[in-house]
Design a protein around this ligand. Structure first.
Ligand code: SAH
Length: 269
C-alpha cells in the first residue's frame, strides 16, 4: 500500500520516528539499541549504504522502502522522504530511518531531524559507528595517538551545492601544526583538487590510506603518500564508498609496506 494514501485514523495513537545509525556495513558493528529499534520498526526507510544483512534483521511484515541511489537511479528527494515519515508516523507506525554509519556524521541526519521536529514529530537518534572510524581501525591504526595525532577532523570532500567550499589549504596548515588526522568522506571525485590544496599545508610525504567498503567482505585499501594520493586512487580503481585518511598515525603502517607487498590489500578473505 502507498503509505502517502493511507487514510488518517484519528483514533490511532501517533507513531514515532527513530533515526538509526547502521554503521559501516558489517552487521556485527550495530549497537544493541540499533538492533532493538530495527526489530521494533513497522516501517523501515533504508539508505543506500545500508547492507542487506542489516535490513534482513527487521521483523516479518515490516514495510521496507529503499530511498537511496541503488542501481544508478536518482536518490529519493529529501522532501519526499520526510513526507513518507510524517504520513507513517501519523498512522501510528514506528518508523526507523536507517542511515549508513552515524546518522549525525554527514548524510543529512541533522536536516532531517530539524524538518521532522518542525512538523511536530518527536525524533530520537541512535548512534552508529561512522565509516571513517571503522576504516582506520580495520587497518589496526588509531585515529589519535599521543606521539602522532592529537585530534581528528571528519571532513566532507563534497560541499553542499551552492554552499561554501572547504578551505583545504587552511585545514592542511592547521592539521600540520596541531597534529590532526584528516578523515575525508565523499572525496574520491575531487581527490586531485583536494590533494593539490592539502599540499599547500602538509608535507608531500604525509601518509595516506584510501579505504573502500570498510568493514565489508569486499573491503580494499591502498597506502601511499599525499603527493600520489589521486594517482593511487585511480591506479587501484578505488571508488565510492571510500574514505581518505591523511596523517602521521599511518606512518608505521606505511613503513611496513615494502615493494614486495601488494599495493591493495583485501579484508576478510
Ligand atoms: N553517515 C555516514 C556517512 C555518510 S556520507 C557515516 O557516518 O559513515 C557517505 C560517505 O561515507 C561515502 O561517500 C564514503 O566516503 C563514506 N562511507 C560510508 N560507508 C563507507 C564504507 N563502508 N567504507 C568506506 N567509506 C564509507
Amino acid at each position: 500500500m502507498n503509505i502517502l494514501q493511507t487514510p488518517f485514523h484519528a483514533t490511532r495513537p501517533a507513531g514515532q520516528c527513530t533515526l538509526v545509525g547502521a554503521g559501516p556495513g558489517d552487521p556485527e558493528l550495530l549497537t544493541l539499541k540499533a538492533l532493538k529499534a530495527i526489530q521494533a520498526a513497522t516501517v523501515l526507510l533504508v539508505d543506500d549504504l545500508v547492507s542487506d544483512e542489516i535490513v534482513a534483521l527487521a521483523s516479518p511484515g515490516v514495510r521496507i522502502v529503499h530511498v537511496g541511489k541503488r542501481g544508478g537511479c536518482q536518490s529519493t528527494p529529501q522532501a519526499f522522504i520526510e513526507k513518507l515519515i510524517l504520513a507513517a508516523v501519523r498512522e501510528g507506525d514506528h518508523v526507523v530511518r536507517l542511515k549508513g554509519g552515524d546518522p549525525f556524521v554527514f548524510g543529512r541526519g541533522g536536516e532531517e531531524v530539524e524538518h521532522l521536529q518542525a512538523a511536530g514529530v518527536t525524533v530520537s537518534v541512535v548512534n552508529g559507528i561512522t565509516a571513517g572510524l571503522a576504516a582506520v581501525t580495520s587497518l589496526g591504526v588509531p585515529l589519535t595517538h599521543r606521539e602522532h595525532a592529537h585530534g581528528v577532523v571528519f571532513v566532507t570532500g563534497h560541499a553542499h551545492p551552492g554552499g561554501q567550499e572547504t578551505d583545504w589549504a587552511a585545514l592542511a596548515s592547521t592539521a600540520h601544526s596541531a597534529r590532526l588526522t584528516l578523515v575525508i568522506y565523499m572525496g574520491v571525485h575531487h581527490a586531485a583538487q583536494i590533494e593539490q590544496a592539502l599540499l599547500q599545508g602538509l608535507p608531500a610525504s604525509t601518509p595516506v590510506a584510501l579505504i573502500q567498503n570498510a568493514s565489508l567482505p569486499s573491503q580494499r585499501h591502498a597506502l601511499c603518500t599525499l603527493s600520489n594520493m589521486n594517482q593511487t586512487l585511480k591506479r587501484e580503481r578505488l571508488a565510492s564508498p571510500s574514505v581518505m585518511v591523511v596523517g602521521n598515525v599511518l606512518q608505521g603502517l606505511l613503513a611496513l609496506q615494502t615493494t614486495d607487498l601488494p599495493q591493495v590489500a583485501c579484508h576478510g578473505i
